[in-house]
Design a protein around this ligand. Structure first.
Ligand code: INI
Length: 178
């Protein structure tokens, strides 16, 4: 297995955000949590090489509004990636389940429909305590993780495109020799 992996072609993204322009769509609902997620995402982007001037923060009322805002951003701006941040905390009704499912599914669909990477930093937790743990304390900062995922996907997509071009060029050179 280890030997196969040594000889296999491995394509993966780096965590270099130099020169990238990124939109962050963040919801205000539970803003004491989403503000921390935003801090984590901004900090990670800048530490990874992005310029503050190349980051756009789009605020929406609640998690439910995130997918439609992502769609608008991608239709109107030239960005390399979109980071989505929100916080859904389970209540006593099925409201949470309905919104959580819809938001997750819609962001996934957008990620497939657009060629721009979209990362998922929407917390869906049973309790406020769990959300706090994921917004910069015990369980890290999911905003920062979503930023890293977005950067890596941009670099991966570019590496895949470069690999495809190199293989096309090699095929063309082979054809010319025939
Ligand atoms: N929005 C959230 O972002 N998190 C929640 O926990 C939440 N709860 O529990 O209701 C929530 N509801 C609002 C929703 O996202 C929409 O903004 C609202 O329904 C208006 O469309």
């Amino acid at each position: 297995m280890a030997d196969t992996l040594t000889r296999a072609q491995i394509i993966e993204g780096t965590l270099d955000a130099t020169g990238l322009s990124v939109a962050i769509v963040v919801s205000r609902f539970n803003n004491f949590i989403t503000d921390r997620l935003l801090d984590g995402a901004l900090d990670t982007l800048v530490r990874s090489g992005a310029r503050a001037e190349d980051i756009t923060v789009v605020r929406v009322p609640g998690a439910f509004e995130i997918p439609s805002a992502v769609s608008q951003v991608l239709g109107s701006r030239n960005v390399d990636a979109v980071i989505t941040l929100g916080c859904l905390i389970k209540g006593d009704t099925i409201h949470f389940d309905l919104i959580a499912q819809e938001v997750t599914r819609s962001i996934g669909q957008l990620a497939l429909a657009f060629e721009v990477p979209i990362s998922f930093g929407v917390l869906t937790t049973d309790t406020l305590e769990q959300a706090i743990h994921r917004a910069g304390s015990k369980a890290g900062n999911k905003g920062g993780e979503a930023a890293l995922a977005a950067i890596e996907q941009v670099r991966l997509f570019r590496a895949l495109a470069a690999d495809a071009r190199a293989r096309d060029a090699a095929d063309g050179a082979g054809d010319a020799g025939e």
